[in-house]
Design a protein. Structure first.
Length: 736
């Protein structure tokens, strides 16, 4: 994607200013066109827009005003249909984005009304909503940018299938530069290669821990005891303000009111199962909570209205500030509100961004506060492969009042180095219960999963402290978790093993078998064998996503294929195929690519519409198939926007100048020429006769005028664009 023009940068700046003056963005919850209807309308309005643009290029000055109004109306309708699908199908926004060469043909007065290719820099911020009752969560991302007087956010969406939610989540808190498509308040990343990390995540998470820097996010892979521990996090007091709020028709009601909620949040008494005590215990006293609970404040919102949690939060902050509360002295702010059916969640929280980070809790359950504020501290969910909240051994699972699992403790920097053992070879390893948070003995066994750059975290739990609340299946059993070892990564519990039971990973040749389990310790056998090839579908990316050309004109795309088979697989040859609209032709060079597991290769794809193709946006699809190892097929789609350009290029004969007096001899003729589609050639004429042509800028030819007749001569520079439109620049000179 080319760098943004000054017009595009101006449009981006204007949008950011308007967003800075508005309330913070929340979920895209407005009415939607049905998806199929929205996509059909985008195609319809695109075709109408191209037809009007072509008329506009031929129009007289008196016709232009009417046509520009018509064009703007079509663009606005098209934008509304695109916006309707931006959250559900962001890849469609990228696919339908008008190519830069066509945007350049729009009148400057309306060019800012259409989607723009922009280059933006800021911090990635996440947001998660938790529907515990239905085991469902929603994840959204934003780009937070510095503006004059503060910050503003735009929604950040991925139109690249390889840039998944998990990949986006890893970027939370990082400073990034993004080249993408800006559609109103949504910035869509069409190609992950247009996203550059400028600075890794800072100290925003739990205990101030930072992003891991090893390939798997976890550190050394040595075999000795204590070799895998990360540096301990710095102690931190998570100052937290809880603001209770009442709607006009529904009050937030918890037994004991604000005083009891404050006790549940901040108490240090060993007789109280408070949020503060849970974090202190599981973090080995590295993380504590202090603060206050204020309210309830009445706000002018009804529980029967929309889920405007941003509005509720702003109203509650204003009420707290009016009561003399300084929000700037807190790291976290949590809004305790009545449940609202239209929201569909029990809690919602932001991850990263400027302090104080916010959460909303529609519950009196202390575990929900632990969970949502855990998101503020950059913890993701504790899951099973089939259930978002399936790991009951961690509060980031079903919001239980239990200690955090082994993977989360290591990622947060809460485990001393001596308590984490990396097992890089087969053998027998002894660990003690991770529930004992004062032990300095080995407690966690970590095993590298080389095919995905993740780790297995092997631990055991007993009933010490808050782990007394664990379900019996988690106590006195060996648990196997999978994670990449960094915050913001989901953890998966894969097995709970008794002596003699084995967890097997054949793709990496790993077996994990408890030999003995006692009250506070376990002995575990780690076995190894030759890894087995695990085929997986490749990924395919297309660049650029959209181009424009005239009927009969070829355009070159680059298709990138990545082999996703496991490392134990041999190299595979991927055959390339295409699906093109009727009348289009295309060819790949080369027609197949050989790629090792984990590597990528490019192929050039030439696509040409037939000479009589109608102006419209056409979808082209490229596929890669791994027939050798059975990895399957993947595809990527792009767009070819056919436009019969009717606008002539700009050309100026710069030498000689009008009225120049020339002397016989060798004379250099020079011209400047430009067109959004590019110049194919500039021809130079003397007295109407073609002298020569030049196909590359700067455009010039030499005229041998040694025997030219004296008197007046006419010199013309004629420029042709790639659509074969032409324009002339002519001067009269005198030969002396």
């Amino acid at each position: 994607m080319p760098a943004p023009t000054s017009l595009q940068r101006a449009a981006l700046a204007a949008l950011f200013v308007s967003l800075a003056l508005a309330s913070p963005l929340h979920a895209h919850d407005g009415p939607h066109e049905p998806e199929a209807a929205a996509e059909a309308n985008v195609n319809l309005f695109t075709g109408q827009m191209l037809a009007t643009l072509r008329e506009l290029q031929r129009a007289s000055p008196g016709e232009r005003v009417k046509l520009e109004r018509q064009l703007l109306s079509q663009i606005e309708k098209r934008q509304a249909s695109l916006y309707s699908i931006v959250k559900r199908r962001p890849e469609k926004v990228v696919l339908n984005a008008l190519p830069a060469e066509l945007r350049a043909k729009l009148p400057a007065s309306i060019a800012a009304a259409i989607e723009q290719e922009v280059d933006a820099t800021g911090e990635v911020v996440g947001r998660v909503s938790d529907d515990f009752a239905n085991a469902n969560s929603r994840h959204d991302f934003f780009l937070e940018m510095r503006t004059n007087g503060g910050t503003t956010r735009v929604n950040l969406d991925s139109g690249d299938s390889t840039l998944t939610n998990d990949e986006m989540r890893k970027l939370v808190g990082a400073q990034v530069r993004i080249r993408g498509v800006l559609l109103r308040d949504h910035l869509v990343v069409g190609d992950r290669r247009g996203l550059t990390v400028l600075a890794a995540r800072g100290r925003h998470g739990s205990g101030g821990s930072s992003v891991q820097t090893s390939a798997a996010g976890g550190g050394s892979t040595g075999a000795s005891s204590g070799s895998g521990g990360t540096a301990l996090a710095a102690p931190v007091n998570e100052t937290t303000l809880v603001i209770m709020g009442n709607f006009t028709d529904k009050a937030f009601s918890c037994s004991g009111g604000a005083a009891q909620l404050a006790t549940n949040m901040f108490s240090t008494s060993t007789s109280v199962a408070s949020l503060n005590r849970l974090y202190q215990e599981t973090s080995r006293q590295l993380v504590s909570f202090s603060g206050q609970v204020v309210g309830p404040f009445d706000i002018n919102y009804s529980s029967g209205g929309s889920c405007d949690y941003t509005g509720w939060g702003n109203a509650l902050k204003a009420a707290a500030q009016a009561a003399g509360i300084n929000l700037g002295s807190y790291r976290r702010v949590s809004y305790a509100i009545p449940s609202v059916g239209s929201c569909g969640w029990s809690g919602l929280a932001y991850l990263g961004g400027s302090f104080p980070t916010q959460s909303w809790v529609a519950s009196c359950n202390t575990g929900v506060f632990v969970h949502e504020i855990g998101h503020n501290m950059l913890f993701h969910h504790a899951a099973t492969p089939t259930s978002e909240y399936g790991d009951g051994s961690d509060p980031m699972g079903g919001a239980k009042m239990v200690q955090f699992n082994a993977s989360n403790r290591v990622a947060a920097g809460w485990q001393p180095a001596a308590t984490v053992v990396d097992a890089s070879s087969s053998g027998s390893y002894s660990i003690t219960s991770v529930s004992m948070t004062t032990s300095s003995a080995p407690q966690i066994l970590r095993i590298r999963k080389s095919d995905t750059n993740e780790y297995y975290y092997v631990s055991m739990r007993t009933g010490a402290g808050f782990d007394a609340n664990l379900a019996s299946s988690y106590k006195n059993a060996v648990s196997v978790h999978r994670s990449n070892g960094a915050l913001l990564s989901k953890t998966y519990i894969l097995a709970q093993l008794q002596p003699g039971q084995t967890f097997t990973d054949s793709a990496n040749g790993i077996t994990i078998t408890p030999q003995t389990i006692s009250a506070d310790a376990a002995t575990i056998s780690v076995g190894g064998s030759a890894p087995v090839c695990a085929p997986s579908a490749p990924t395919v990316a297309l660049s650029p996503a959209s181009q424009s050309g005239a009927p009969g004109e070829s355009r070159q795309y680059t298709m990138t294929v990545t082999n996703r088979n496991s490392p134990a697989c041999a190299s595979s040859t991927f055959s390339l195929a295409q699906t093109l609209p009727s009348g289009f032709t295309g060819a790949f060079s080369p027609a197949s690519v050989a790629i090792a597991p984990g590597a990528s290769a490019n192929a050039s794809w030439s696509v040409t519409p037939a000479s009589g193709t109608s102006d419209a946006s056409y979808t082209i699809t490229g596929r890669a198939t791994d027939s050798a190892s059975g990895g399957g097929t993947a595809e990527a789609s792009g767009a070819y926007v056919v436009f019969s350009d009717a606008s002539a290029p700009l050309v100026t004969l710069t030498s000689p100048s009008q009225g120049a007096i020339l002397k016989r001899g060798r004379i250099t003729l020079r011209a400047n020429a430009s067109d959004p589609d590019g110049i194919s050639r500039v021809e130079f004429y003397v007295n109407g006769q073609l002298l020569a042509k030049d196909t590359r800028a700067p455009y010039s030819v030499s005229w041998n005028a040694r025997s030219a007749a004296l008197g007046e001569w006419t010199i013309t520079a004629r420029a042709y664009d790639r659509a074969n439109n032409r324009s002339d620049s002519t001067v009269s000179v005198t030969m002396q």
